[in-house]
Structure formats: structure tokens, C-alpha cells
Design a protein around this ligand. Sequence first.
Ligand code: MG
Length: 206
Amino acid sequence: MMTTRIGFGYDSHEFKPGVPLRIGGLTLDHPEGLAGHSDGDVLLHAITDALLGAVAAGDIGSFFPPGDPRWKNADSAIFLNLAMEELQHAGYRIANIDTTLVLAKPKISPIAPEMRARVADLLGLEIDQVSIKAKTPEGLGLDHVAQCHAVALVEKVTDPEELKSMSAVIESQRQLEDVVEDLLSSVHGVPKKRAVAPVYDTEDIT
Ligand code: MG
């Protein structure tokens, strides 16, 4: 029986002025954000594809078709949850994740510890199971783009209790999203599965 599998994910998004910069589930202080149908979180998208790839469950675009209004401006933690569910369904858990962001600005190293903690939290992992590295796109002429590469090693779960603890993470995330959505709708008076003005103008989600 195969007890470990590996997955690889890649993503890129173009920088765009006037959009919040979301990377690794954090909002970073920067004059430009990443254009995308969702919140453009290039790191979470690459990790999502690595996890889906590890259990040969397709990719982010096959679950969240570009242009679907439900995912307009979506928090990319939702995509990560989907990947966790697929992983759980296949009977695997994450051993570790390694990522490399490629972007000219902002500098990631000062905030990498906080970012690792956030991603670990989203995935129900210890911080030492999540690695986030970054480099600049030397010689690529791609200073206007953020790219991310991610690999995930997953291992077969033998103790059913472990799958239960993964469910707890997925459920708590889902509840959090529901609370956020309720708050948004009560503050802005917008209906659920929101009709807020689009901030991102491309139809590319992945
Ligand atoms: Mg993407």
C-alpha cells in the first residue's frame, strides 16, 4: 500500500493598484494587490493545487470554475478547505508543505513567521510543517507578477481519530466564514453569497 504521496502546485497573479494584497491568508500593507476573480491569494492557491494534486483530485479550477459569481472576491481559505476535504476523503493527512513565492515586492522574510503561523492554523498543522520562502524574479522581467510554487507531502492515515481532527479544522473554518458572511450582510445589507461591487476584474481564479 502506498503510504505517502506528493503534490505540486503553481499559481501566478498580476499586481493591480487599489486592491488589497492578500498572501497566505494575511492582508499585507502594500500599495498594490493581486488581481483575480477571488482575493488573488497566490500562496493559498498554489497550496490548494498541491494538496489536490497529492491525491490526484483535479485542480482548483475544476472545483471553482472561473467566472462563477459565488467565488467573486472569495476568501481563498475556502479553496484550502475544499482541498482538505478531498485529502480527508482519500484518507490522507499533510506531512509537510514547502513553498516558494517569487515576487519583487513586498519583502516576505520579515512577515514569513506570521504567514507560516496563519497557513498552519488554516490547515490544522504545526508551524514547523509549513515552510514559506521567497525570492525576487531576477532576470524574468516579471516584477508586475507574483508567482508561487508549492509542494505537499501527504501520508496515509491509519488512526481514524486523525481524520476526525481534520474535520474539526474544516468545520471551524466553515463556521468562521459563515460568521464573516453574516457580519458583512448585516453591516452592508448585502444578501448572502454577496453582491458587493467587484474589486477584481479578471475572470482567472487559478
Ligand atoms: Mg490563483
